[in-house]
Design a protein around this ligand. Structure first.
Ligand code: BG6
Length: 488
């Protein structure tokens, strides 16, 4: 049992991530009976709060983020009794003695969750080490963004690596904890129907869309330094692309999966300055309407600098230089202030080699596999059927074979990504976490694009809030004789 019990030390426990995601997810795990009775959560932050004040703050946020009918009072009491607060300054030595004292009588594993800016990961590790809080069982969790580019990411990873081995480090990409993202592995490798068709001989192209309705939501300071490429593509979109494009791993171990993902990242065609104009579109939202309500543009958001040329949208045509995917484009797009919140992957299969139906129907007659990550998690396969009716002849019609997770499996709720990630972390499974080389290959590829933008010194193209991005994003795919799925 010693293996399941832990002290989860959350650095940055009073921050947005901890209060909005971590504590609510831990509560759900507790409610589901997945936390050991002795597991404790130690909140660490700089604020002056006493124990009741901290518990009250956590409870308030649980009430805000968990639906009332899921907030069981008995579980709430149990959960609160696991909580402790220590005032601690991440970068100086203040507070670490208290963490030592709290751990004095226990032998179980310490897991340190860094829900803080990456700039303090190094100093925290150093202080943990000085206070002999690290042993071979200790685990550490790093939140993104790990750095700003390859160089800064290496620096941060080096600082952590001085104190922890790679097998102790859990780098979060919360997309890997999403139910349907997990399902990509099952879908591809447990269904020969798809497994045998998954290559350049059968697939024409692939689309990955991660669209958000929200704008910058008071995060302008952070977001403006990052932009959509660093904030979403370097991690979430490239991870999705890897899971779709990787070769079958030899087993489900963390390293077998991560080895295959790294091979994909290494095979990405570099976006050279020549390709920048044809393969990448960079946008920034202007004023527009979302759900019929006017919303301001990026440059008019609270605390915005009116001269900013940070992108809030990016679409890319990505090629993978290997035997499986040569000449099969992956079209990626992600943006803020899109018409809807939608994450989906669409696999467009090739048409038949010889077409026997009416030529004007040719454009609709190809199979598509639509993998919906959010909302309405599910999978749908568009198949061609004959249109019904005596007068229709052999007219074709596309119809869906649907698998909605909530309807089919009667799931009352789909767990949040953080619930799964926290559970796997406590169990010691690294397969949903990102290895150092993945982060670095992804940065290497993105840095080249960012460098290209800087050298060209151009501004992002405008798109009205509530649209699917700049028109040139549509042009990028139309030039190849294709279209984004909802435009078809
Ligand atoms: C985060 C980004 O990693 O992912 C945010 O920093 C973004 O900018 C968020 O809004 C999107 O996550 P989800 O799970 O809501 O799609």
């Amino acid at each position: 049992n010693q293996d399941k019990v832990c002290d989860l030390a959350i650095f940055g426990a009073q921050g947005d991530l901890a209060l909005r995601k971590l504590f609510p997810s831990l509560f759900q795990l507790d409610k589901a009976g997945l936390l050991d009775a002795e597991t404790r959560m130690i909140g660490l932050a700089r604020d002056h709060v006493d124990q009741p004040g901290f518990k009250e703050n956590v409870t308030e946020h649980l009430k805000k983020y968990i639906p009332a009918d899921e907030l069981d009072n008995e579980v709430l009491q149990r959960f609160c009794s696991r909580l402790q607060y220590i005032k601690l300054d991440f970068a100086t030595e203040e507070g670490y003695d208290q963490l030592v004292a709290t751990r004095a009588k226990v032998k179980h594993r310490l897991i340190c969750y860094f829900a803080t800016p990456a700039s303090v990961y190094g100093p925290i590790c150093e202080n943990l080490s000085k206070h002999q809080l690290i042993d071979s069982k200790t685990r550490v969790v790093l939140e993104k963004p790990i750095g700003y580019d390859l160089a800064s990411s290496c620096e941060i990873n080096d600082q952590v690596a001085k104190y922890f081995d790679e097998c102790q480090i859990y780098r979060i990409d919360h997309y890997l904890g999403k139910e349907t993202v997990q399902n990509l592995i099952a879908l591809r490798f447990a269904n020969n129907l798809f497994g045998s068709q998954w290559d350049l001989n059968h697939i024409d192209h692939i689309e990955i869309t991660v669209a958000e309705k929200v704008g910058i939501e008071g995060r302008w300071g952070y977001f403006d330094k990052a932009g959509q490429l660093r904030d979403m593509v370097q991690n979430h979109l490239l991870q999705l692309l890897c899971l779709i494009a990787m070769d079958p791993p030899s087993d489900l171990s963390a390293d077998s999966i991560r080895d295959e993902k790294v091979k994909v990242l290494k095979a990405l065609q570099p976006i050279t300055p020549e390709l920048l104009t044809t393969h990448v579109v960079r946008g920034q939202y202007g004023a527009g309407t979302i759900d019929g309500k006017p919303v301001p543009g990026y440059l008019e958001e609270e605390n915005a600098k009116s001269s900013s040329s940070t992108e809030s949208f990016v679409s890319l045509k990505v090629m993978i230089n290997n035997w499986r995917w040569a000449n099969v484009p992956f079209y990626l797009r992600t943006g803020k202030r899109m018409p809807e919140k939608l994450s989906q992957i669409i696999i467009h299969f090739k048409q038949q080699p010889h077409y026997i139906f009416a030529p004007e129907q040719r454009s609709i007659a190809s199979n598509k596999l639509i993998i919906r990550l959010q909302p309405d998690e599910g999978i749908s396969l568009q198949v061609m059927t004959k249109d019904q009716g005596l007068d229709k002849g052999m007219r074709l019609r596309a119809g869906p074979l649907q698998l909605s997770f909530s309807d089919t499996f009667h799931a009352d709720r789909i767990p949040d990504a953080y619930e799964r990630l926290l559970l796997e972390l406590m169990k010691g499974n690294q397969y949903l976490f990102v290895r150092r080389d993945e982060v670095e290959y992804a940065w290497r590829w993105c840095d080249r694009i960012i460098q290209g933008w800087e050298d060209q010194n151009t501004r992002p193209q405008k798109y009205p809030a509530g649209s699917w991005g700049p028109v040139s994003s549509i042009a990028m795919i139309t030039r190849d004789g294709r279209s984004w799925y909802e435009d078809s």
